[in-house]
Design a protein. Sequence first.
Length: 173
Amino acid sequence: MIDNEELFDEEPVKSRTQVKKEMLALQQLGEKLTELNAAHLATIPLDEALKKAVLDAPKITQRSARKRHFQFIGKLMRAADSEAIQKAYDATQEKQHTSVKQHHQMEQWRDRLLHNQDALAKFIDLFPSCDRQQLRQLIRSSQQETSQQKPPASARKLFRFIRECFESSDGEV
């Protein structure tokens, strides 16, 4: 006779639907990994077989073959430490998102400095270590290029200067 306590001590069995959803999630994570470049992929803890499969995926162009290959990557993902891979992927995406956000901030500062005189004082307050004379000179030459409808070489130099200011302050704005 089966004891009632033994029935309740067992872990609940996952339904087939739940197992399929988990497998599909791993396969989709594998597909996302194939979109990463080599530098970002190197930061993710993958075993050799999985890394080779991920690197081979972009070479496969036929639709049905790609689908089979992604299923194969999903199968390899089940054997790998998927939580560590997910955390590393999320960290990579967060770092990339932060980088893009900072790039947009630098572009906005460049545009503000070129079109608004008050922005110069605010920028100098935020970045007191930046060379003010060089900043003013870059703004002036960029404004002259714009008025003379020349290529924006000074605007690019101004952007590089702003990036240096951001990097010297460790991006704290």
